[in-house]
Design a protein around this ligand. Structure first.
Ligand code: C2E
Ligand code: MG
Ligand code: MG
Length: 574
């Protein structure tokens, strides 16, 4: 769509324009180039409840409902800037607080020089259309994407089964939610997301029995009711099999996609005798599985009720904390086994909240990843790290590279490099002072395009590590092509290797392989002298773990560095 030149309007008398504006049924809003509202029409006033004097001089943000996230608006503005216009459906808020759907078109008006002078939006209220669509969907029995039963049919069928059940009938209700599906949809597009959901539905269908009920409950959530349950263990077996099946790669549009799922399980009649209660309880168990690290299942238990309340609180407190930048960063030294010098530190985030107390990153990071809050959160963390680097520099402390954890969703944003660069530049820091830790899962998803991104980051001067190596899927051919500096072996291997031969063999093999690819190896989570000695014997390059130090505050780190010679002697590593 073309941008509209301003003179098309100026050739008409104002009175005529005025009459047209106020006669149309569509709401119209005109802003200046800074998005300050200068005019709205009568239809706008009756649709939104705001009078002209309420909105003049304000920005259209006054109408935001909060139902669209920052990414939505970012993409909308991208379209407006590139194509000169945007059209779509959006939820806005009336003056009385009601949220309603509207069909909106935004256009730009440009002057002779091609600069934007105004924006105008035309919209119509489509609440009635949406109600109609919903009614139509309710009249149909299946979900149009997967052909599984839709939510209503599922409810009805299960209610029917429950009515007919006898004293010793038991059912298991499973809520299956794909982990980080939002990320796939956002980075690979809705079409890939839809195809993936269809494939997931096929895999679920392939292992249910004919009497079981299966439904796509909405988005990336599926429900399975196992009927004729003889033992509760059958539900566990099913969940295990399903997780294994979904862990296998999906091949969609020539891409290899990996996903995992979190599954919550409740039982009829033990946990409830109504469909709604069973779903709610299985849902709580599913969130518990997610919090525990995803890719697993959990059964409902009564204490989860309070856990769900905590989760609600966590969400609102996390949003507030991000706005207030209320996080700390701690630093954990990494020690070279060759020179016994501290060659860098990792910077994990720390959060102490007035109401929730100390919240572990293991609890809030997965949650921030699911909600997209990880992006503003990571930027706050990067700022804190840069401020500490500036502080150390002003004290004349030795240069010490800091590694920061980068979440997959953050890394996959188109403007990831520009945004981190902007922060680093603002604090006068350089990429050479930073290392980026990415998990295996983040780089293996869409690995082909990630190679280019990593190469660029490396050229900019960042060092790159793969974190928690050994816990995800790695394709050796890509490892070879990624410009990596370090592989960090996951602490679960390090902590078990002195007891379990097979873990030791895995560590040994990873070290060998990494060295062949000219990548250095960092062992994470070493807690004992025995582990450190064994790692040294195996040729591991660097160790990070409680044996040397827990993550500590910036000022504690400065003391630690100063006293390193003494710490080193105490630990007596040759
Ligand atoms: P990670 O990146 O693998 O970080 C290492 C974790 O292991 C840290 O836990 C660290 O305190 C812990 N650790 C280190 N040495 C030992 C040891 O010897 N024994 C034991 N038992 N644990 C050790 P933490 O700080 O709780 O962080 C957990 C995870 O949360 C991190 O794992 C990382 O995946 C994530 N995370 C932490 N901070 C950030 C952040 O700023 N951004 C992002 N995206 N993720 C973060
Ligand atoms: Mg890390
Ligand atoms: Mg790690």
């Amino acid at each position: 769509m073309k941008q509209l030149p301003a003179e098309n309007f100026s050739s008409l008398p104002n009175k005529i324009i005025d009459q047209i504006l106020h006669a149309t049924k569509e709401g119209i809003m005109i802003t200046d180039d800074k998005m300050i509202i200068s005019l709205v029409n009568t239809a706008f006033e009756s649709l939104t409840g705001y009078k002209m004097q309420d909105v003049k001089g304000k920005t259209p943000r006054i109408l935001q409902s909060g139902k669209q996230d920052a990414n939505f608006y970012k993409n909308m503005w991208k379209d407006i800037q590139v194509k000169g216009s945007w059209q779509g459906e959006i939820w806005n808020k009336r003056k009385n607080g009601d949220i309603y759907p509207e069909r909106l078109a935004i256009h730009t008006i440009v002057n002779e020089e091609g600069s934007v002078t105004n924006y105008f939006g035309i919209f119509s209220d489509i609440s009635l259309k949406k109600d109609f669509e919903k009614e139509m969907e309710e009249l149909t029995l299946t979900d149009s994407l997967t052909n599984m039963m839709n939510r209503n049919t599922f409810y009805e069928q299960l209610e029917g089964l429950i009515e007919k059940s006898t004293n010793n009938t038991e059912y298991a209700m499973l809520v299956i939610d794909l982990d980080r599906f939002k990320q796939i949809n956002e980075t690979l597009g809705n079409e890939v997301g839809d195809l993936l959901l269809t494939e997931v539905a096929n895999r679920i269908n392939s292992i249910v029995r004919c009497n079981d009920l299966v439904s796509r409950y909405g988005g990336d959530e599926f429900l399975v009711t196992i009927t004729n349950l003889e033992y509760q263990k059958e539900a566990l077996h099913f969940a295990n099999e399903l997780n294994k099946l979904l862990n296998k790669p999906f091949h969609i549009n020539g891409r290899e996609i990996y996903i995992t799922s979190s599954i919550g399980i409740s039982f009829y009649p033990q946990d409830g005798i109504e469909v709604e209660t069973l779903i709610q309880k299985a849902d709580k168990a599913m969130y518990f599985a997610k919090q525990n690290g995803r890719n697993q299942y959990a059964f409902y238990f009564d204490e989860l009720q309070t856990d769900a309340e905590r989760l609600l609180l966590l969400e609102s407190e996390l949003r507030k904390a991000i706005k207030q930048k209320a996080f700390d960063v701690h630093y954990q030294p990494k020690v070279s086994l060759d020179t016994l010098q501290i060659i860098g530190v990792e910077a994990p985030v720390r959060w102490t909240n007035n109401t929730l107390g100390v919240v572990s990153p293991a609890e809030f990071i997965p949650y921030a990843e699911d909600t997209g809050l990880i992006i503003p959160l990571s930027e706050v963390i990067l700022e804190k790290v840069c401020m500490d680097i500036v502080d150390w520099r002003s004290r004349g402390t030795q240069h010490i590279p800091v590694s920061i954890n980068i979440a997959a969703l953050h890394f996959q944003q188109d403007d990831f490099m520009e945004r981190i660069n902007a922060i680093i530049t603002k604090y006068n820091c350089s990429p050479q002072q930073l290392e980026l830790e990415l998990t295996e899962r983040a780089v293996m998803q869409d690995a082909e395009s990630i190679v280019n991104k990593l190469v660029k980051l490396k050229q900019m001067g960042f060092k790159i590590s793969i974190d928690d190596f050994g816990t995800g899927y790695s394709s050796l051919s890509y490892l070879n092509r990624f410009p990596l500096n370090y592989l960090k072996i996951d602490s679960s291997f390090i902590q078990q290797m002195t007891e379990l031969q097979d873990k030791q063999a895995i560590v040994d093999t990873i070290i060998l392989m990494a060295h062949r690819l000219h990548i250095k190896v960092i062992a994470e989570g070493a807690e004992t002298k025995e582990q450190v000695k064994l790692l040294k014997e195996m040729g591991c390059d660097i160790v990070q773990g409680y044996y040397f130090s827990k993550p500590i505050s910036s000022s504690a780190l400065l003391d630690f560095l100063e006293l390193w010679e003494i710490h080193k002697q105490e630990r007596n590593i040759q």
